[in-house]
Design a protein around this ligand. Structure first.
Ligand code: GSH
Length: 255
């Protein structure tokens, strides 16, 4: 009697062995490369992203810095695709970005970045120096917890509806300005070519999208923030940042 499931059983076994191999090699190697793609593209990382989303932009920069190939899955926030039942299965709160890595599903840019950092240690996002590392967390959290949530689409739509269209821009500028003033003070002491020295780290991955969006979408006057302006200019010279820009994404509108 022939077992029709034999092929599947063999594949499952090979897949498990492959996962074990990944775990083993990750402990011992600081270099992670394409050899981890055991079954070619079936294991390709997928990023649910929207071109204009600053949170997605952060993850795109990290992918580029770490040299990771990924599949871009567009979620059009202006069309409300974040509320599609299929997407809500991936991220029940209805926000991008979300990462799918085989059976692993992670939403929230900070969690995704920490996952990528541990799984793909090449081009570390966290410096070894303890103080510098803490400053990176502080700057990243000012952006992700004290600025971006206050200028998120859902919040701005609510303000527009309850208060009026004019209030929206003033609200965004006020809260971004408060956060940028704090970042400027923090980083004037720590910045080199980039936010915390002459290498790109986590703080830079959060800062670049926030500055870019603040200028493009909210017309923010950056003259009061010379350090932020200077490091932002430096980011725009780097391919990893340029390629992550909204206008270089497949879902950026053609006209
Ligand atoms: N803490 C989350 C925030 C995610 C978030 O707010 N994403 C925005 C785009 S940057 C979004 O999906 N907004 C959709 C909406 O407000 O409906 C993260 O860092 O990923």
């Amino acid at each position: 009697m022939i077992d029709n499931n034999i092929g599947k059983k063999v594949l499952d076994k090979v897949s498990k062995e492959c996962d074990k191999l990944k775990e083993f090699e990750l402990k011992d190697s600081s270099e992670v490369d394409d050899s981890y793609k055991c079954f070619g593209d079936s294991n390709k990382l997928q990023l649910y992203s929207y071109h204009r989303s600053s949170c997605s932009f952060r993850v795109r920069i990290a992918f580029n810095l770490k040299g990771l190939d990924y599949e871009y899955k567009a979620v059009n926030l202006l069309k409300g695709e974040q509320y599609n039942p299929e997407f809500l299965k991936i991220n029940p709160i209805g926000f991008v970005p979300a990462l799918v890595d085989g059976d692993v599903v992670i939403a929230d840019s900070f969690a995704i970045l920490m996952y990528l950092e541990e799984k793909y240690p090449q081009h570390p996002l966290l410096p070894r120096d303890l103080e510098k590392r803490a400053i990176n967390y502080q700057a990243a959290n000012i952006v992700s917890a004290s600025i971006q949530p206050l200028q998120n689409l859902a919040v701005l739509n609510y303000i527009e509806e309850k208060v009026g269209p004019d209030a929206k821009l003033a609200w965004a500028q006020k809260h971004i300005g408060k956060g940028f003033a704090a970042l400027e003070k923090l980083l004037e002491k720590h910045a080199g070519k980039y936010a915390t020295g002459d290498d790109v780290y986590l703080a830079d991955v959060f800062l670049a999208p926030q500055v870019h969006g603040s200028v493009q979408r909210f017309n923010l006057d950056m003259t009061q923030y010379p350090t932020l302006s200077r490091v932002h200019e430096a980011y725009m010279q780097l391919p990893a940042f340029q390629n992550a820009l909204p206008e270089n994404q497949p879902d950026y509108p053609s006209s």
